[in-house]
Design a protein around this ligand. Sequence first.
Ligand code: PMP
Length: 411
Amino acid sequence: REPRSVEEIRGDFPILSRQVHGKPLVYLDSAASSQKPLAVIEAMNAYYRSSHANVHRGVYEISEEATEALERARTKVARFINARQSKQVIFTRNTTESINLVAYSWGWANVKAGDLIVLTTMEHHSNLVPWQLLAQRSGARLEFVPLTPEGLLQLDVYARLLEQGPKLVAFTQMSNVLGTINPVKEMIAQAHAAGAVALVDAAQSAPHLPLDVQELDADFVCFSGHKMLGPTGIGVLYGKRELLEAMPPFLGGGDMIRSVSLRSSTWNDLPWKFEAGTPAIAEAVGLGAAVDYLSALGMDWVRQHERSITAYALERLQTVPQLQIYGPLTEELRGGVVSFSLADIHPHDLASILDQEFGVAIRAGHHCAQPLMEHLGLVATARASFYVYTLPEEIDVLVQGLRRALEIFQV
Ligand code: PMP
């Protein structure tokens, strides 16, 4: 089958034909949240129009349809990441909730005073703060893999930290600031050899790279629907079955129980043990449609497209005077996320000019990675990020906007 053109793909995304400040929208903030194709919007719409009811409880037709829709979405996600069984896919609200689920449920059951947890300096707050909370409550220690000047993990330091026998290692597969793609398969194998459990923050990688949880041999993998063409309000925790089976519940309430008496309860089977209360059914349906859409494009194509657009962006951005790019300068080491600063212009001012004069949406700030900003000696960067619908012409508009900002600020 012929790959579809990016122009044709753009036609599937209604928002991309709108204007902002009288200019065509140039959306370069997909690392924060992606836009949604019609297939996703319509799947959710159709679900609400025809099949909505609460799940798992009703014995009437539409409740059974809603339950099937939810479970079908789970199966799609399981196939997308090559999980062995769909019960290993737990629906959460987002990556943040998935990591918190592990930190509270697995963490509190397994981590004791003096135990070591290994993280990295490039983590998003959502892969730092839950472990800080666990360490504070349990008396565990946190250590961090530092970065090379190029923005790669110092793997020699990682190896030395593993010699101390950590209980858990948790790292991102792709940095949301530097774009760095970490060698997670090797890092997981090393963690296992050292007796540690390995959690992968796949918030930035699941949308952009082929992800095979069995090939990685990851113990836990966390990601968010809204960054991979799906809706907000739905995320995934994948876990190895033995680990999930042994873990106590995270949230208590309806659906996660087998039986309840006034003073005690027993737990439902996987995955429902971890899905207390009415789930985000329409959102799961939307995520299922997103996964179908990405699978039809092919994740190899997605990666290939982003590699070429990133190579183009790196090349063009380096023609702008006084522009500094953070992270590796070769596209095979990074995903479609480019953080930069321009002269001494504040990233927020830059983002404002780009928005108002050029219709370009980029992110400015600390990107929920304040320790990484500190490591870079910055408080904020500007960040442009790309996805399946990004065109080289949009990079040209960005570059034009950056040159205009230099003129406005006369630097
Ligand atoms: N980890 C990384 C690497 C991210 O980029 C993000 C989102 N910016 C998150 C975690 C958190 O995702 P969410 O806000 O959807 O929970």
